[in-house]
Design a protein around this ligand. Structure first.
Ligand code: KG4
Ligand code: ZN
Length: 339
């Protein structure tokens, strides 16, 4: 990093791709210096999902005070920052534009470089914020609200997508299933909590696409199974919990089957799981068991860095110094494939 004559090795990370405004400061020599986050969950609850216009308006209110807070918490001033990394995509375009505009403008004003970061690369690298960090090469399982991908990672920047969902992302399937059971947004954690009181074996849902060869996933059918079971039962709280448990087990088992296949196919000995759904306890347990059986290494981000956060963007920035913007454009890409 120093080779490029940057003012310092401190990266300011700005994340506004969806419903979290998140800021962090990361130093390539001293690690994470501060991170703070404002979650918009309460603003979106009444809509049952993220309302894009509300998200953009909320980001614009929060982003500058949060930058100030992160800088103060690190006992620094804006002049100490060497680079600004911002989530440029994928995500909600209006929400992305807030972070991108602030990042590009602040970098211009401070006369320091700006780096557009792929949000999914941020997730993928989040487990590296802690020690021991996974070593390359590894298989990454990215499970978030918008993505379900298996990626062969040779090094930072070398991402080969070897499997992905052909329909709903796993987080999306959690959220939609939770919604049809009448749970509030975001449904994933709510459904998971309810599953704890479910009766094992009351319902058994299939493990989609595991009988077909290959590494792709399909989760939209599971949501339909849950809906059919829900319509046919007396719809008590216990039924809700039983269906939640069956859904969660089906997802966890399916992910484990595909991860085993990905490890067999690539011959790799490390699996790194990331994205919002990697916070799920049952999925963690199932994948840890798999890793134990196969005698491979497994890594997850710390809980607070599973869902969207600024630390992963600042960290990705510190490893993407070669991708510094050489123009003054405010870059956003609603769709941006990580490969
Ligand atoms: O990574 P993330 O914060 O945002 C995206 O990039 O999409 O992931 C959000 C997703 C949501 O679908 C949410 O329901 C899910 O992660 N999620 C969970 C859990 N915590 C968050 N799903 C299942 N169990 C959880 N504990
Ligand atoms: Zn995310």
């Amino acid at each position: 990093m120093e080779k490029l004559n940057l003012k310092s090795n401190i990266v300011l990370g700005i994340e506004t791709s969806c419903d979290e405004t998140a800021i962090a400061l990361y130093s390539s020599s001293d690690g994470l210096l501060s991170h703070c986050l404002y979650s918009q969950i309460e603003s979106h609850k009444k809509y049952g999902g993220v309302m894009p216009e509300v998200a953009s308006r909320d980001h614009i209110k929060r982003v500058v005070p949060l930058i100030k807070q992160a800088v103060e918490e690190a006992n620094l001033s804006l002049d100490d920052i060497g680079v600004i990394a911002y989530t440029s995509g994928p995500g909600l375009v209006g929400a992305l534009m807030v972070g991108a505009s602030i990042a590009r403008s602040l970098a211009y004003a401070l006369d320091i470089p700006a780096i557009p970061i792929n949000h999914m690369e941020g997730h993928l690298l989040a487990p590296m914020l802690d020690k021991p960090a996974p070593e390359f090469p590894f298989v990454s399982l990215l499970i978030s609200g918008g993505h379900t991908q298996l990626i062969e990672v040779k090094k930072i920047g070398s991402y080969n997508i070897i499997g992905e969902s052909v329909d709903d992302a796993v987080g999306e399937a959690f959220d939609k299933t939770a919604r049809l059971l009448g749970l509030s947004y975001p449904g994933g954690p709510e459904l998971s909590k309810l599953a704890e009181s479910g009766e094992l074996g009351k319902y058994v849902f299939p493990r989609p696409m595991t009988r077909l060869p290959g590494l792709n996933f399909s989760f939209s059918g599971l949501k339909t199974h849950a809906m059919t079971a829900w319509k046919k039962c007396p719809q008590s709280e216990q039924d809700k919990a039983d269906i939640s448990l069956a859904f969660e087990i089906a997802v966890a088992k399916t992910l484990a089957i595909k991860c085993k296949r990905a490890l067999d196919q690539t011959g790799l000995k490390t699996i790194v799981v990331a994205g919002g759904v990697s916070a799920n306890v049952r999925i963690r347990q199932e994948l840890r068991k798999l890793a134990n059986d196969l005698k491979v290494n497994i890594f997850f981000p710390r809980h607070e860095f599973c869902t969207d956060n600024g630390a992963m963007i600042a960290y990705a920035g510190s490893h993407n110094i070669d991708n510094i913007q050489n123009d003054l454009l405010i870059r956003t890409q609603a769709k941006w494939r990580l490969s």
